[in-house]
Write a protein of this length. Sequence first.
Length: 368
Amino acid sequence: MNKHYQDHEVFLGEKSYKIFFGKNILENSNSIFKDYVFSKKIFVIYDSSLEHNHLPRLMNSLNNFNVNLIKVKNGEKSKSFDSLKLLLNQILSLGVTRETILIAFGGGVIGDLVGFAASVLLRGLKYIQIPSTLLAQVDSSVGGKTGINTKHGKNLVGSFYQPLFVLSDFNLLNTLNNRELLAGYAEIVKYGLIIDSNFFNWLDKNWQNIIKKNEIHRAEAIIKSCKIKSKIVEEDEFENGKRAILNLGHTFAHAFEALSKYNGSLLHGEAVALGMVQAFKLSCSLGLCKYSEFIKVKTHIENIGLPSTIDSLPIRINSSKKLWQVMQNDKKNKNGNVNFILPKSIGKVVIYDEVNYRDLDIIFEENK
């Protein structure tokens, strides 16, 4: 262990890689780049919001490289065919070989976009994830899912493509606003809900410390989340089975996001939080989960300040049929059935494909 960071390895055979965690790791990552990056040419594709606060910190660790900078506008709308086309053309016009390294420096949007670009450029370039949001540090930067959105739905075009390594600098989170922190927290609590009830109970007691920058608790939550996710990914890299449980709440969430047209009014983590509450509610109505478990989760989400009811959405959805139509395009669907991840209890979920659109009526009954 280095005094500046600790690491955790994601074991995927020849595609194995490390996640490096630390405070101020950007300023102290020279040795990591020296050990893992053998190309002199690097493209840093960064979120526009990082230009003044954090980009100079990263550049100080890249003094020995020929760096090309490409700025991408902040926001979900950058996960699009147009943005992908623009990015690919920018990289190609500046000159690229198969030894060139791409660095995704930003939140989940940048990580997904750059990871996908890396997977198709010259049939595959190495890339590095440097996640700058809580959501990206605990979820999207780990596991190799890359992609873009289309008018038909979220993440419907993409690839599984693992990074060279992940640099997770906790200090990047210090400039996030409260809304962004809460959105990231939604993915943290998800891990407790799907597989680790003890972790959920710990979060129920310590969530305020995580949001309010208790460095020890925040670091513990981030590292624990990455360890849970990496273990699941190791067992099922391409989501043929167990990895699907990571999508608790996401069948709802992706539909909410698609209906909001990715206009920034609904963050992914907010949609996931609402989606998880609705998954517990639906599960109760189907007899899979106790009502007390639903109330416990709903209360936790509400106490944090995340959305828990359909009427808290920035868009109006007034029918199960409308929601069901969007869900038909979900990439997890099989054999014409919409697949849901539904809880049996806090810490245990199942893949469930016997829902019909009339079952969704329960989520519009807010007093039940």
